[in-house]
Write a protein that binds this ligand. Structure first.
Ligand code: AMP
Length: 210
């Protein structure tokens, strides 16, 4: 499948979890701007140093730090791609249109009250970025990743105060993207409430793979 799919939805809607499954089953490549930025922060690169403050505050990192990162990555990948966390504003969507086509945008919808609970109990693998939830999708062996044995940690932006800011930023800057892709006729909405596997089936249907 040689398609470019954008996953939309608020923080905590399950974009990362669903992306992992889609990539494994459909042989797609994940491009997650959040993962790329966290890696830059971890490695203390000049980009990471500039991005960290914005990320810890729950704000969007400026376009000049993010767009080239995605552009380079997309251009280096052969085959289908899932974009997780990009674009995040109308401006980014318009920039993306200039260097890559988008075939489909999937919007995962989750009630706002559930999002805070999902994010504050989320744990992430330091090595492979796999995502767990202490209640709904707990790791089998305490603080270790089921897939690679890496250490699980709580992202610094998954605290309640930052989560509320991220949701505000989402509503103001990212939500308008659903109308943007709807107008292009490529938006599919998916109910993101419920079991991960049930949501995954809905996503597969939306993609046309089930
Ligand atoms: P995520 O892992 O997608 O929740 O992203 C974590 C944080 O990285 C966000 O709260 C932003 O600070 C930053 N970030 C990720 N993707 C973008 C983007 N497309 N544009 C600007 N900032 C981003």
């Amino acid at each position: 499948m040689d398609r470019k799919i954008v996953l939309l939805g608020p923080p905590g809607s399950g974009k990362g979890t669903q992306t992992e499954r889609l990539c494994a089953d459909l042989k797609l490549t994940k491009i997650s701007t959040g993962d790329l930025l966290r890696e830059a922060v971890r490695n203390n690169t000049p980009l990471g140093v500039k991005a960290k403050g914005f990320m810890d505050a729950g704000k969007l990192v400026p376009n000049e730090l993010v767009v080239d990162l995605v552009k380079d990555k997309i251009q280096s990948v052969k085959g289908g791609v899932i974009l997780d966390g990009f674009p995040r504003s109308l401006e980014q969507a318009e920039m993306l249109d200039k260097f890559s086509k988008v075939d489909l945008a999937i919007d995962i919808e989750v009630n706002e009250n559930n999002l805070v609970r999902r994010l504050t109990l989320r744990r992430t693998c330091r090595s492979c970025n796999a995502v767990y939830h202490l209640e709904f999708n707990p790791p089998k062996h305490g603080g270790k990743c089921d897939k690679c044995g890496g250490e699980l940690f709580q992202r610094t932006d998954d605290t309640e105060k930052t989560v509320r800011e991220r949701l505000k930023v989402y509503k103001e800057q990212t939500l308008p993207l659903t109308a943007f892709y709807h107008r292009k006729g490529i938006l599919r909405k998916v109910d993101g409430e419920g079991d991960i596997g049930v949501v995954y089936d809905r996503v597969l249907k939306a993609i046309g793979s089930k």
